[in-house]
Design a protein around this ligand. Sequence first.
Ligand code: NAD
Length: 248
Amino acid sequence: MTRPLLTDRTAVITGAAQGIGYAIAELFVAEGARVVIGDLDAGLAAVAAEKLGGPGVAIGVGCDVSKSADVDGMLAAAVDTFGTLDVVVNNAGITRDATMRTMTEDQFDQVIAVHLKGTWNGVRKAAAIMREAKSGAIVNLSSISGKVGMAGQTNYSAAKAGIVGMTKAAAKEMAHHGVRVNAIQPGLIRTAMTEAMPQKVWEEKVAGIPMQRVGDPSEIASVALFLASDLSSYMTGTVLEVTGGRFM
Ligand code: NAD
């Protein structure tokens, strides 16, 4: 039998109370990791941690990733509880879709704060801890919207494209410290974020997917596992598209 891929490693996953983040946490636990569920919703984070096995395996921590002190607290909880910090997945996200004509400045700022600043907080705070251990893997959730740009998402597309540049810059800074930084660009994945979409828009989007179906959160989780584990030991600064072929 092969050894699980994340045995004895500690992984922090932001925005993991539900959706893609929860699927990542679930798979990481199945692969032997201890996980910290960081989420804006502390109550849901605690419930998710309990579902994953509770104390000894998973803890939930309330954290707003756009606040650097919260990110410090979440990472400290990982080290204090489990002893190491081996993997950080910067997954927390929101949408505030609107055309430029109607988007408010606040809607723009909120999306930039959570995705761009939140990921920057996660990357640099994790990197500061991991460089001491001379090992670690950071996985950032970008989006295919950051590759092609989506109408109604000037805020989100800008933030998700920014995460690509940030991932590459951080990968260059951290490579010689033994810390890898990579990103994933999911296409259309079935979660609360996308199920809010009107049925007509949903159908139009699915029609443009070569594989002719939406993705499941578990199909992002398996790629996150690859980037978090030694299976990708010679990869850093990469961006993997997980889209069923959409916008290839
Ligand atoms: P989701 O809405 O189901 O879950 C997002 C989670 O993030 C929630 O639990 C929420 O409480 C948490 N969160 C929001 N703001 C936060 C903050 N400031 N600090 C900490 N936690 C916060 O979304 P999802 O579909 O699972 O998306 C996860 C990630 O994947 C996001 O970064 C999203 O942009 C990206 N993504 C999703 C899709 C998709 O089709 N679902 C496609 C491309 C990229």
